[in-house]
Design a protein around this ligand. Sequence first.
Ligand code: HEM
Length: 100
Amino acid sequence: MFIAMNRFKIAKGFEAGFEKLWRERDSYLTDEPGFESFALMKGAEADDHVLYASHTIWADKQAFTAWTESDSFRKAHAQASAPKGTYLSHPNLETFEQVV
Ligand code: HEM
């Protein structure tokens, strides 16, 4: 099992637009070899932002890496971008390999 989590700091007031973008996107994940599940997670609220994470589970690291190099990844990220001011910083990618 391999988890890839991209964390986004979304400026206060931009949450609804950010969530809508994810709800209405064309997703290309289900046909990817080794893809297991996806969720957009909402986390802690700070003074100036709300934390979100896009969370995917893959069979192994190789499946995730292959997806990041695929047309599906490129197409997913070529969709309508969020309005200016949505992101407080660059997204922060964290990956986890299963130990036990
Ligand atoms: C290697 C780094 C990244 C990973 C692992 C990742 C992960 C994902 C995943 C799993 C999806 C859903 C794709 C689908 O359903 O087919 C997605 C879409 C999306 N990603 Fe990323 N992403 C990365 C880089 C970025 C960056 C740099 C941004 C810039 C802010 C970003 C913003 C988005 C947004 C807004 C969507 C929603 C659909 C859209 O409008 O494209 N991602 N990403």
